[in-house]
Design a protein around this ligand. Structure first.
Ligand SMILES: [Zn+2]
Ligand SMILES: [Zn+2]
Length: 102
């Protein structure tokens, strides 16, 4: 799942690759914002209005930075009203699919 963009606050805007070297985000699809540059802040918020029509809450992504390593972690905070973590309908993320290595 792509992250919310702190620049334009659209969902599914920041695609990224995660591997053992860390997080490798791409610029925003829409506004070209780069989440690699925190402007010296240790955390940056991005928020998006919850999709449920009757819900006035927001879903947020919190980008954490360290002075040395840059972007270290992105945390998805579910809607503060209804608890939904999905800004859009989409594939449900399965955190731990059955480990079947053959
Ligand atoms: Zn953007
Ligand atoms: Zn909601």
């Amino acid at each position: 799942m792509a992250w919310i963009c702190p620049g334009c606050n659209r969902p599914d805007a920041i695609a990224h690759i995660e591997n053992e070297d860390g997080l490798h985000p791409f610029p925003c699809h829409f506004c070209n914002y780069s989440v690699l540059d925190s402007g010296g802040r240790s955390a940056v918020w991005a928020s998006y209005a919850c999709d449920l029509k009757e819900c006035a809450g927001v879903i947020r992504d919190l980008y954490h930075y360290s002075p040395r390593a840059g972007l270290t972690e992105v945390v998805r905070l579910p809607c503060n009203e209804c608890g939904s973590g999905k800004p859009r309908q989409g594939v449900r993320h399965v955190p731990n699919p059955g480990r079947r290595t053959s």
